[in-house]
Design a protein around this ligand. Sequence first.
Ligand SMILES: [Zn+2]
Length: 331
Amino acid sequence: MATPSFPTRRRWLRQASLGAAAVAGMRSLPLRAAGAAVRAQRVHGDVWFVQGEAELGSAANRNFISNAGFVVTDQGVVVIDALGSPALAQELIEQVRSVTRQPIRHVIVTHYHADHIYGLQAFKAIGATVMAHRGALAYLNSDTARQRLAASRVELFPWIDERTELVHADRWLDGDTLLALGGERLHILHMGPAHAVEDLVVRVEHAGVLFAGDLVFRGRIPFVGQADSAQWVASLDRLMALRPRWLVPGHGPVSADAQADLQLTRDYLQHLHATMAQAAENLEPFDAAYAKADWSRFEHLPLFRAANRMNAYNTYLRLEQLGAGAAAAKP
Ligand SMILES: [Zn+2]
C-alpha cells in the first residue's frame, strides 16, 4: 500500500481550501480548523490520552469525536486508537513528540469504527505496527466499509478525502495478547462481540490504566448500532472484575471511578435491552413501545436525542429478528 506523505497543517489547510474552491457552490465548507485541539492529557505516570468532542462527526469538528491514548516506555511508544482523520492523527503524533523522543512502535486498534481508524495511515507512514483483532476483517472487506468511507469523503471533506484509506492491521490478533515493552506490560484483551465483534481493551498493568475503547462511553449516550447489548453487558462485567484505577473510555473524559462509569453504561444497555425485549416479545409496535418507555435516567445525557431512539430501534429490530425466546433472555 502506498504511504502518503503528510503535509503540515498549514499546507493541509491550503490544499483543503483549494479543494473547497473546486466544489464551490456544491456545499459550504469550513474555512478553518474549528473545534477542539488535540491535546495530550496525562492519565497517570507515562500514560496519556486525548479527548474528542461529545458530538457527531462533522467537517466542523474534523471528526474529532473519539479518544486516543499512548503509553511511553523507554523502548518506544504504544498508541491506542488512531482518531477520525489523518490530520488528527498527525496532531496526535505531534502531541506524542511533545512529551517524548521515543519512537511510536505500535498502534492498537480497539475496533474498526470510522472515528477510531481513519487516522491509521499517518501511523503507517512513520513505521508503526498496527495491531487489531482478526474479527474486524469481515467488516473491513465488506461493501459497508467501502460505502462508509465513500460517504465520509463527502460528509467529512476535507478531513477525509480521496487519499484516506482503510488500513489493515499488520498483526491480526486471535485472542488476548501480552505486549511487554520497556518494563511496562500491556494486556490486550479481546472483549467482543460487544460494541463490535473485534473489541479490544488495553490494560496497562503497572500504571493501573484501562483503555476501554467503545465498551464505555462517558458523559454521553453510547452508539449501539448493530451491537449485541447482552454480550456487551457480559463484557462490562469482565471489565469491572479488572478493577482499574483509571479508565479511559472511547468517548468522554478519563475516569478515576471506573466502577461507577462501567455501571452507568451497563445500566443503560440493560434498560435498552429489557425495554425493547418486552416490546418485541409482545409484538408491540416500536413507536408505541418507545413512547411509553421511561428514559428519565438517561435523557439528560449529551446525544440522547441523536442516539437513543436509533439505539432503541436497532435493538428492537435485532431482538424481533432473533425471535421471542431470545428476546426474553435477560442480558
Ligand atoms: Zn467510537
